[in-house]
Ligand binder design. Structure first.
Ligand SMILES: C[S@@+](CC[C@H](N)C(=O)[O-])C[C@H]1O[C@@H](n2cnc3c(N)ncnc32)[C@H](O)[C@@H]1O
Length: 212
């Protein structure tokens, strides 16, 4: 197993890199199903990065408690800082999600924004199987991802953009994955059901709401 990528050096810059490259689109993508998850009580947030989404979730949902797992200590520090007065409702776990084992009561929410694309198809499959054992019968999983749609836009625009992102993250963080995993197949075959899907930027970005 390759070591996880190291995003520590990017933690402070990450937000500005995102805004410079994609403007507000990634943020809109993350928040697409915020209204649907305001009733959740126990959330598992994977690869959350600098914590902007976790901070928003804590603000709009006064009951939710979050377990955040990320391989980057600097990202987790940023997350706790951003949680501000709500930091008491966040437990952080620094480690590789491929080795981490869920413990405690089941989760009613899983969040993975722009994270599954850091794993191979086999790793996403193993993760989905593991998480299915750690959720309630009515849990939700919110996914944001890059995608390569069918057609000329996919071939001529989306594929080079995704390839460029993999090259850049490979160079900056040591990420060895180079292709998008088929997370749809992995989640479906692990017992999750796709409830809603929104596409952005002609399908380059997708937001999905899954259920158990
Ligand atoms: C591209 S960033 C995404 C951050 C954020 N979720 C977003 O919406 O932009 C990927 C995050 O996943 C973390 N990560 C990557 N591989 C990991 C692994 N195997 N285990 C745990 N965290 C990992 C990185 O440290 C980073 O914070």
């Amino acid at each position: 197993m390759n070591p996880p990528p190291n995003l520590n050096r990017l933690a402070r810059l990450y937000r500005w890199m995102e805004i410079a490259s994609f403007g507000p689109w990634l943020w809109w993508c993350r928040c697409a199903f915020l209204r649907e998850i305001t009733g959740c009580r126990r959330a598992l947030v994977l690869g959350e990065g600098d914590g902007r989404f976790a901070a928003r979730l804590l603000r709009v949902n006064a009951q939710v408690e979050i377990d955040a797992v990320d391989a980057s200590e600097a990202m987790l520090c940023a997350l706790v800082r951003r949680a501000g007065p709500h930091a008491g409702r966040v437990a952080v776990h620094c480690g590789d999600i491929r080795l981490w084992e869920p413990a405690g009561p089941p989760y009613d929410l899983i969040v993975t924004h722009f994270f599954l694309d850091f794993l191979t198809g086999e790793e996403v499959q193993a993760l989905a199987v593991k998480l299915h054992k750690a959720v309630t019968p009515s849990s939700m999983w919110v996914v944001s991802e890059f995608a390569v749609p069918e057609g000329w836009f996919g071939r001529l625009a989306a594929r080079p953009v995704v390839g460029g992102l993999y090259w850049a993250f490979g160079w900056l963080t040591g990420l060895t994955v180079r292709t998008l995993p088929d997370h749809l197949a992995a989640l479906q075959s692990s017992g999750f059901r796709l409830v809603k899907r929104r596409a952005w930027l002609r399908g380059l970005l997708v937001s999905e709401l899954w259920s158990t």
